[in-house]
Design a protein around this ligand. Sequence first.
Ligand SMILES: Nc1ncnc2c1ncn2[C@@H]1O[C@H](COP(=O)(O)OP(=O)(O)O)[C@@H](O)[C@H]1O
Ligand SMILES: [Mg+2]
Length: 356
Amino acid sequence: MALFKDILGAEETLFKNPVALDPDFMPKEIPYRENEQHYIADCIKPLFKKRNGRNLIVTGAPGIGKTAACKHILQDLEKETDEIYTIYVNCWNKNTTYKIILELCEALGYRFTQNKKTEELFGIVKGMLNKKSAVLVFDEIDKMEEFDFLYTFVEEIYRKTVVMITNYKEWITDLDQRIKSRLIPDTLEFKPYKPGEIRGILEQRMKAAFFDGIWQGEAFDIVVEKTAETGDVRTGLFLMREAGSAAEEESKRSITIEHVKKATSRMQGFSIKKDSELEESTKEILELVKSNPDMRIGELFKRYQKDGGALTYKSFQRRIQKLAENKFISVKKLMGGKDGTTTIVKPFEHKKLTEF
Ligand SMILES: Nc1ncnc2c1ncn2[C@@H]1O[C@H](COP(=O)(O)OP(=O)(O)O)[C@@H](O)[C@H]1O
Ligand SMILES: [Mg+2]
């Protein structure tokens, strides 16, 4: 009798390569985004003929392959030619012109940045980039607090394609007309994946991350279903990792529906960004929301001021909106109460995902 064949030994693991479940892991192929990748490639093509490229704004919901597709193109480009610099910057943490320029210096291998001002550094970057052509991808561009660098790039870098990625279509409408008329960007909208596509993507990651035959079909089906609900591929990556860990904790050799259920209940604390990555002032606002759940935004702002918060109401509102967009908190508009329309702010709960 093979009573113990299902038991995982202390040294054994279900994960062949857990890194493949990391949202930043780059798969070799980005299926289902061929058209989008061709579109972006077309914007870049003039650079091969030493002409200026087209600029592009990429939009679409979170977790649908915008970053992955753009990074994939940069990788392809690097293989193809040495004549085009490829630079990727995520503006989430690099939200000022100075930080962007520092990042570019690093990408270009320029190290003597100490005691140099933004303009001086930009001069150096410009000198380097203008020797060749450049594709510059600014991801999460909506997190930028300054846009001077865009003007400067557009005007002073001669042969380039600037790709700006954002989850928010409205960002384009809000973008300063002066920048728009200089950038004249194309827009490319990434549409949500269909459930079958989500399955394909998750299957690819599952095969890369786990040893063969570990996943029970029904268990994986639920992962696909839950991911299709949010539309965000990262949900599936999270669930697969957590379900795998849950099975390992029980020393099981296969991952079952029970493990996925456990994983789903852990979704509560899952958000797209880690709160450790938030800026200090935004983190404080998040804490404020957590300790005052279900409060009107106006009242919340009063508390914030009483605690010594320095932002204006408008900036405060903007932070609240950003926190909501990244699913740290949720906001609900109440129409026509005695105070007119107001917004109720509360910590985020993944209701749908924990309900089976
Ligand atoms: N078509 C795809 N093929 C393979 N992996 C994908 C695909 N689309 C998304 N992913 C994966 O899903 C996760 C989220 O994608 P990402 O590009 O970061 O989303 P976005 O930038 O749109 O928010 C990443 O781990 C990415 O590798
Ligand atoms: Mg992204």
